[in-house]
Design a protein around this ligand. Structure first.
Ligand code: 5GP
Length: 178
């Protein structure tokens, strides 16, 4: 695989399409087993998690629902610190087993702001599945129950993750080239 240019930056291959597919299948199988008989509702945080959510959700064989919510905390390659709810969620979560699907838990700011909103709706349980986590960057008290890959604190694009709007359609994951 070769490097790719997204806007002004060059990115190099990091995690292959095959590795991603294999790991997402493993995560999906684990979640499928853990939620048997619980009729879970997945909440996918847009935009970044839509590809992860689509792949993971197709590994679920038990009765399950999915809903989408839009929040944003990022512009460019550094956090702006703003967390905005752009699209609300209508589903009743009371007594439901909720699994949040996130593309990446970086500082944890996004989820630490969003989790209380979910908890106010009295779900029976709440867990988090993230395609990626950056343990070195974590600044908030957020525990990710299902982790695809733990990665170093470098900016990545691909598999749903963008750099200023571009790069989401890359089927593998890329990291900033030196
Ligand atoms: P947090 O609130 O945990 O700091 O950041 C979460 C959000 O920031 C993610 O949902 C994602 O949109 C964005 N983000 C964090 N790190 C990266 C990264 O390395 N690449 C991209 N493309 N987005 C990131």
């Amino acid at each position: 695989m070769n490097t790719v240019q997204v806007h002004d930056k060059v990115f190099k291959p990091f995690i292959s399409r095959e590795q991603i597919q294999e790991r997402v299948k493993e995560l999906g199988a684990q979640i499928d087993k853990d939620y048997a008989g619980l009729n879970p509702i997945f909440i996918s945080i847009l935009n970044g998690s839509f590809i992860f959510a689509a792949d993971l959700f197709r590994c679920i064989t038990v009765d399950a629902e999915i809903s989408f919510i839009k929040l944003a905390s990022y512009k460019g390659t550094t956090s702006t610190g703003n967390v905005v709810t752009a699209i609300g969620m209508e589903e009743r979560l009371e007594g439901r087993h909720v699994v949040i699907l996130e593309d990446i838990v970086d500082t944890g700011k996004t989820l630490s702001a969003f989790i209380p909103e979910i908890m106010q709706r009295h779900p029976a349980s709440l867990k988090i599945a993230a395609f990626l986590t950056k343990p070195e960057a974590l600044q908030h008290d957020v525990y990710t129950d299902y982790v695809g890959f733990e990665i170093p604190n470098n900016f990545v694009v691909g598999y749903g993750l963008d750099y200023d709007g571009l790069g989401r359609n890359l089927p593998e994951l890329y990291t900033l080239a030196d």
